[in-house]
Design a binder for this molecule. Sequence first.
Ligand code: GDP
Ligand code: MG
Length: 193
Amino acid sequence: MTFTVAIIGRPNVGKSTLFNRLVGKQLALVHDTPGLTRDWREADAHLMGLDFKVIDTAGLEESFDESIQGRMRQQTEQALARANMVLLVVDARIGITPMDRHFVDWIRKQKIPVALIANKCESNVGMTGMYEAYELGLGEPIAISAAHGEGMGELFDLLRPHVDKEKAESDASAAEDAEENLEKYFEKYQEGA
Ligand code: GDP
Ligand code: MG
């Protein structure tokens, strides 16, 4: 299985911008996955030689009503079920909103690695939000600008050990499978002999 990262967070924090940056705007690779929420997008991502999959959870802005938190949760849950890791994005210029806190409280209860991404930090304008983000207790937030491509080195440093670990584990299990198949083959061979 390819290491899969789900980008979550409230509307307008820059999830899709980050998604497009990681996908390299190769829109041919961006597609709706049938059977999932309409605006769900999953694609191959590349970051400084690191290959993984990325899922954007998106597009609830136009159906903004009282049930938005429920709908977001539903979509986020679907993404989480397919992901190895979550990037929880906040808008560092606006700071932490009640809806951000709602996401944080919820994600904390899930058994999945989470990294906090403080977006819109170009030229350090998002510093106020960065300090608020620290206080959320999800570890050190990673300051990026999805729109301007800043902070991508830090994002790489964050993702790399997780991607490597997943690859090592899946290689080990592939080797195990191969060994098992070989054993079965020999058993069959001996029976036949
Ligand atoms: P989403 O709703 O979370 O998917 O957010 P979008 O990716 O659609 O972005 C929402 C708005 O934030 C758009 O107007 C983007 O251009 C803007 N935006 C996204 N990333 C950045 C950033 O790094 N800096 C600034 N200043 N604006 C950004
Ligand atoms: Mg979006």
